[in-house]
Design a protein around this ligand. Structure first.
Ligand code: SAM
Ligand code: SF4
Length: 267
């Protein structure tokens, strides 16, 4: 479906939870998060209906994100449901990788096509600092598990923070090369101030070619990371109308957002 600026919108990023097993400093508030009640979070059947409707409107690429998608109970079942829906060409996931040793094989069998794994440092102490207690070896074991499970074209998402880890860029390129991984560098963004950048090695942050909308775990469709506009899918007359409204409200360029944090929108 075309938006007002003639951009073809065919990619839906779905946050399946706002819980996470890490606390990256640039993503989750230090003071912790208020958990949504079970009823507020979309059920798998609702997500499937939204995906089927999106397919009718021309969407074919979908990504599961969060929070951490692998902490959502039954995630493999959701992958199976979505990957087998007619018209879903690519189903991908962005994860911090910590739970991949447990899930990678099942995700592959369930039809997950691609994985992006977030990893911001190859130094143990820095990884621990940036994730507020995460263990680098667990993330590395996740990458290995994904490769062993047969995932191809795994991409690393590296958030670069000035004067913290930006000296690791070359090291990441080398690591990616040696392990047959892709790597994308994302400069730390700030929703509230509206600071965002083009992703190096990816298409994100480039408004003129933006092709996506987002769905939060509690059922709000959003046209842009950097906009406060939301449509509650449960409150609209139909899912077609909800998706159409969001596409029509896609701003030409991102501005800023004050009503959500990154972990709620899915990055
Ligand atoms: N928990 C999963 C993970 O970390 O991969 C998925 C959700 S996370 C919100 C999705 C992506 O957003 C991650 O690659 C993360 O690094 C990125 N992200 C989060 N906050 C960010 C920020 N302030 N600036 C740039 N990227 C950010
Ligand atoms: Fe969790 Fe991902 Fe946000 Fe880190 S970036 S706190 S792993 S949701």
């Amino acid at each position: 479906m075309l938006d007002q600026f003639n951009r073809e919108i065919y990619y839906l990023r779905i946050a399946v939870t706002d819980k996470c097993n890490l606390r990256c400093t640039y993503c989750m508030p230090k003071e912790g998060i208020t958990l949504k009640s079970h009823d507020e979070i979309l059920r798998f059947e609702e997500i499937l209906e939204i995906v089927k409707t999106a397919v009718k409107l021309g969407f074919y690429k979908f990504r599961l994100t969060g929070g951490e998608p692998l902490v959502r109970r039954g995630i493999v079942d959701l992958v199976k449901m979505l990957s087998s829906a007619q018209g879903v060409k690519t189903l991908a996931m962005t994860t911090n990788g910590i739970l991949l040793p447990q899930y990678a094989k099942d995700l592959k069998s369930a039809g997950l096509a691609r994985l992006n794994i977030s990893l911001d440092s190859l130094k143990e102490d820095r990884y621990e600092t940036i994730t507020c207690g995460g263990i680098l070896n667990e993330a590395l074991a996740g990458i290995k598990a994904a490769k062993d499970a047969g995932f191809e074209k795994i991409k690393l998402n590296v958030v670069l923070v000035d004067r913290f880890n930006d000296d690791e860029k070359e090291n990441f390129k080398k690591f990616a090369n040696e392990n047959n991984l892709g790597v994308r560098f994302i400069k730390k963004m700030n929703l509230k101030s509206g600071d965002f950048y083009k992703v190096e090695g990816g298409e994100g942050g480039h408004c003129a070619i933006c092709n996506r909308i987002r769905l939060t775990a509690d059922g709000k469709l959003r046209p842009c990371l950097f906009s406060d506009f939301e449509v509650n899918v449960r409150a609209e007359k139909s899912l077609e109308e909800a998706i159409g409204k969001v596409i029509n409200h896609k701003p030409e360029k991102g501005y800023k957002s004050n009503n959500r944090e990154m972990y709620q929108i899915g990055g």
